[in-house]
Design a protein around this ligand. Sequence first.
Ligand SMILES: NC(=O)c1ccc[n+]([C@@H]2O[C@H](COP(=O)([O-])OP(=O)(O)OC[C@H]3O[C@@H](n4cnc5c(N)ncnc54)[C@H](OP(=O)(O)O)[C@@H]3O)[C@@H](O)[C@H]2O)c1
Length: 245
Amino acid sequence: MKIGIIGTGAIGGTIAKKMAAAGHQVKINNTSDMDKLNARAQELGVTAADQKEVVKDVDVIILAIPTIAIPKLPQDLFADVPEEVIVVDTSNYYPFRDADIEEIKNGKIESIWVSEQLGRTVIKAFNNLLAETLISGGKDAGAEDRIAMAIAGDDVEAKKVIATLVDQAGYDVVDAGPLSESWRHQPGTPAYCTELNATALKQALADGVKDDAPMLRDKAIAELSAMSSYPAHPDVVKFNRALFA
Ligand SMILES: NC(=O)c1ccc[n+]([C@@H]2O[C@H](COP(=O)([O-])OP(=O)(O)OC[C@H]3O[C@@H](n4cnc5c(N)ncnc54)[C@H](OP(=O)(O)O)[C@@H]3O)[C@@H](O)[C@H]2O)c1
């Protein structure tokens, strides 16, 4: 499969590496000049592409940039991208980083806001596992306590394609439903960055409380920031789980 990834930081870089390792043709873009982008591509074992090229002649486009960067993408980025090309949104909205996005603050589901900015439907995926989890938490299909990832979207066939990519990355998949249900794996929910297996993730998705999520998201960030040093990855996961104990 041909995959274009916009954003090559913690999450985009990790997805790029995993997808290349699974045998896909991956090209990447970020905000750097071509020299730096080529260096990053070499590091990840993929190809560098400018903004026009990264969305051209691909089957899947993965957006791995902060929410606030999405409206800054060129308005015509998807103008020549055929409808059947699947667009994946990995983003999570954090007011401290993404500034005020009034519609999301007023309750609009993050990936619905993203799809409105892009003028395209999206599949929400790769958002509810930390990059550290993606780097080292993958297991073969059928392995005991394989970690599961939530995905959501309105296009059932597109979700099947993305579920295959997630499986190749080393994770089970739990379908959270249409994009309107994707709040169930946004920050501040029990499904978010808690490293659950498929059975537990299904329960966590069901247990989420939409109106509580922004408060819990901000409480988590405030408490983590107040710690004398940022906790190690396993402690972050424990901390996230404890928010819902
Ligand atoms: N980190 C995680 O554990 C994690 C897990 C799941 C989901 N997410 C979500 O994924 C998104 C990205 O997070 P991250 O942690 O990967 O961020 P990051 O490490 O800061 O990387 C952001 C990337 O986006 C690129 N970028 C920003 N604006 C761009 C634009 N207009 N065009 C092209 N590239 C652009 C940056 O380019 P430069 O490299 O040139 O600066 C950088 O490569 C966020 O919404 C985050 O919440 C993160």
